[in-house]
Design a protein around this ligand. Structure first.
Ligand SMILES: C[S@@+](CC[C@H](N)C(=O)[O-])C[C@H]1O[C@@H](n2cnc3c(N)ncnc32)[C@H](O)[C@@H]1O
Length: 281
């Protein structure tokens, strides 16, 4: 019995080690073949997503997925969607938008022109939410929002500014909880089963593909919003991205993180002052 348990444990360790090797080879292959670098993503969620793609492709090992990825760019596109986790919503976490409205927008009013970077903007919901908030505070007209994401398909969707009509009730509630003062439906027209957002809201938005794991900064910003992105990275990559943000912010710049993210234990913790702890600003 004792020997059986030890053998079973040894076999389980072997499987885990083999899988870790397969994962690392796959990530290296993806990097060499397509240039996408997921080598420093948090391993637990990465493994779950790789397995989801493998099973979705009808494959029973990570190595087989690697083989398919090397030969089939369409499979890479599908994996990219799985890995870049595009879950998002308008005025997601309304307390954050309320805090931006009450504490950040007044500061922006003091600048003649403002550059904001929304890093990891997914399909754009966050960007339209921010544009609405800035417009309601009379600063949108002198703001440029640089909205970036790793995934081109997500950005294409963002540019179209059409979102499912059946989410508008949830978004309206978020908007009101975020201090919205109008009727949310003023910002879109219903077309078939989609809600098409006012083109004026993206007039000052530059959409661009940008990989936080590999690319540097491209401007100096007064505000950087990067919410619910760092959680997917391991500590080393989080540190590099924190450095990128620190170097991309102008003096007295503002950084907004997701509600499970924090500056604690980052090398730049002491370089920031908390504007709103709950809202992670
Ligand atoms: C869960 S979504 C968050 C979207 C939005 N910020 C929000 O909070 O609703 C994660 C986003 O991170 C982006 N992302 C993941 N890895 C990235 C990377 N290496 N560089 C840039 N964006 C990345 C994905 O494309 C996706 O848009």
């Amino acid at each position: 019995m004792f020997v059986d348990t030890r053998q079973a444990e040894a076999a389980a360790t072997d499987t885990r080690d083999t899988e870790a090797i397969e994962m690392s080879l796959l990530l290296e292959a993806v990097y060499q073949r397509y240039g996408f670098d997921f080598r420093e993503y948090a391993p637990v969620s990465l493994k779950r997503r790789l397995w989801r793609r493998a099973l979705g492709e009808g494959l029973d090992s990570i190595s087989k997925l690697q083989d398919r990825l090397l030969r089939d760019p369409a499979c890479m596109e599908r994996l990219l969607l799985d890995l870049s986790i595009n879950v998002t919503a308008m005025c997601r976490d309304p307390t954050c938008y309320l805090a931006i409205r009450e504490k950040v927008a007044p500061l922006l009013k003091t600048y003649p022109f403002t550059r904001i970077w929304v890093a990891g903007c997914s399909t754009g919901e966050e960007v339209y939410s921010l544009a609405i908030l800035l417009a309601e505070n009379d600063v949108y007209g002198r703001t440029r929002i640089y909205a970036t994401a790793i995934n081109q398909l997500a950005l294409d969707q963002a540019r179209h500014s059409v979102y499912p009509l059946d989410r508008m009730q949830e978004y309206t509630e978020n908007y009101l909880r975020a201090g919205g003062r109008r009727s949310f439906s003023e910002y879109y027209v219903a077309a078939y089963d989609g809600a098409l957002f006012d083109a004026a809201l993206s007039e000052n938005v530059v959409w661009a593909q940008h990989n936080l794991a590999q690319e540097g900064s491209f401007n100096e910003f007064q505000v950087i919003l990067c919410r619910n992105v760092l959680i997917y990275f391991d500590k080393a990559l989080q540190d590099r991205v924190q450095r990128l943000f620190y170097e991309s912010l102008g003096r007295f710049g503002t950084l907004c993180l997701g509600n499970k993210e924090s500056m604690r234990f980052s090398a730049y913790e002491d370089s920031y002052e908390v504007v709103d702890g709950e809202a992670k600003i």
